[in-house]
Design a protein around this ligand. Structure first.
Ligand SMILES: Cc1ncc(COP(=O)(O)O)c(C=O)c1O
Length: 407
């Protein structure tokens, strides 16, 4: 390889000067449009990761670029010390679209999830009547909601929490998809909330049994525990419903959104809930300099509007079925694959757990053939293209996946 190539130079610079907290595939991307991205040598790929589901609308959507340019030429940031003319209408639009009273604007997913935990604790003290500093929040094992001290304190993955102690108290872990274990923890009257992903993304696209979400809802109501749905990865059309909770007609008490809310343009996250919960936090008790900035509000409104106007949720459902059928055929044909699972356009191929390099080598092979995907937890490959994907593109990806498996 040419030592002066942009690929080598970009890799070397990152390696020399960047923190080494990721293990990316050796590809340097330069351009994106829809489901496609191009590297610095001009080679084209189908993006089957979508920046961990943050690019549901496709790369560089023209409507988002237009809003980004227009709003950024007027006003980008005021802080919340002053009002701006975008935040109010954005909050109204989001509350009406998702059926909640109020929205708390934040930036990244982890901030929004952490904010929901703060809201739940506050609600427990002020509304439920839990004694000071005794509130508990329950999380399923395998959860992932980011890398803050709060998020890793809730994690059951030693790679996440190991070596970063001391961790936060007041968090309880139960097995995912286990209603009996959950109900047992709810016997404690100090339990404020149960926070879960409707499908666990980072854990390897773990889909709970049909009926689990509805039963969680019922248990939360019965024991007066807030149900917090972390739809940061599963929401905004990804699983073939606007929210993954919609598959079981479940409304959580607190909804957490991020990733695709920013349309792949900038970090935008949100917590949505009722007056009863949101108004327990008063001026000066929570905030973020960039949260609710006018640029983010304008981009996020357009990001949601695109999902609605372009029927991306319906496309995720139909393209997801097509993808799933193709993946199942591959599982039936190639014994190195154990299974496939997922919903809509959030799928995983599961390889043999005892062959840890297989999934990585498979992704490297996929890359060389023109599809980008990344292993999660060593032996699982997540497949989550932008929701704008078309049938011929799914078909092309399936052909490439088959070729990589033959290798
Ligand atoms: C379900 C879920 N919640 C929260 C997060 C954290 O989001 P962010 O990386 O924007 O902080 C992620 C990120 O992958 C996620 O998948």
């Amino acid at each position: 390889m040419n030592i002066e190539s942009p690929l080598i130079s970009a890799l070397e610079l990152e390696h020399t000067y960047g923190a080494q907290n990721y293990h990316p595939l050796p590809v340097v991307l330069h351009k994106g449009s829809g489901c496609r991205v191009w590297d610095t040598d001009g080679k084209e790929y189908l993006d089957f990761l979508s920046a961990y589901s943050a690019v549901n609308q496709g790369h560089c959507h023209p409507r988002l670029l237009k809003v980004l340019h227009e709003q950024s030429s007027h006003l980008t940031l005021t802080s919340r010390a002053f009002h701006n003319d975008q935040l109010g209408k954005y909050c109204e639009f989001m509350c009406q679209t998702f059926g909640f009273d109020r929205l708390l604007p934040m930036n990244t997913g982890v901030e929004a999830a952490e904010s929901s935990v703060k809201l739940a604790r506050r609600w427990a003290y002020e509304v439920k009547g839990v004694a000071p500093d005794r509130a508990l929040v329950v999380f399923p094992e395998g959860n992932f909601w980011g890398r803050s001290i709060g998020a890793i304190s809730a994690s059951s993955d030693p790679d996440s929490y190991g070596g970063f102690g001391p961790l936060l108290p007041g968090f309880i872990k139960v097995p995912y998809n286990d209603l009996a274990a959950l109900e047992l923890t709810f016997q404690d009257p100090n339990v404020a909330a149960f926070m879960l992903e409707p499908i666990q993304g980072e854990a390897g696209v773990v889909v709970p049994d049909q009926g689990y979400l509805a039963s969680v809802r019922a248990l939360c109501t019965k024991y007066r525990v807030l149900m917090i749905a972390d739809e940061i990865q599963t929401g905004l059309g990804r699983t073939g419903a606007l929210l993954a909770c919609d598959h079981e007609q479940v409304k959580p008490d607190i909804l957490v959104l991020a990733k695709a809310l920013g349309g792949g343009m900038l970090p935008v996250s949100a917590v949505l809930c009722s007056d009863e919960i949101m108004l327990t936090i008063r001026p000066g008790q929570h905030g973020s300099t960039f949260g609710g900035n006018p640029l983010a509000c304008a981009v996020a409104s357009e990001a949601i509007q695109i999902i609605l106007d372009e029927n991306l949720t319906q496309n995720a459902a139909s393209m997801g079925s097509f993808l799933q059928a193709g993946l199942q055929d591959l599982v039936d044909t190639y014994p190195i694959l154990q299974l496939t699972r997922g919903k809509g356009l959030l799928h995983a191929l599961v390889f043999d757990e005892n062959q840890p390099d297989l999934a990585w080598n498979f992704c490297v092979k996929l890359m060389s053939l023109g599809v980008l995907a990344k292993p999660t937890h060593g032996h699982i490959v997540r497949l989550a293209p932008p929701l704008v994907i078309k049938e011929n593109e799914v078909d092309a990806a399936l052909t490439i996946i088959q070729k990589a498996l033959k290798n």
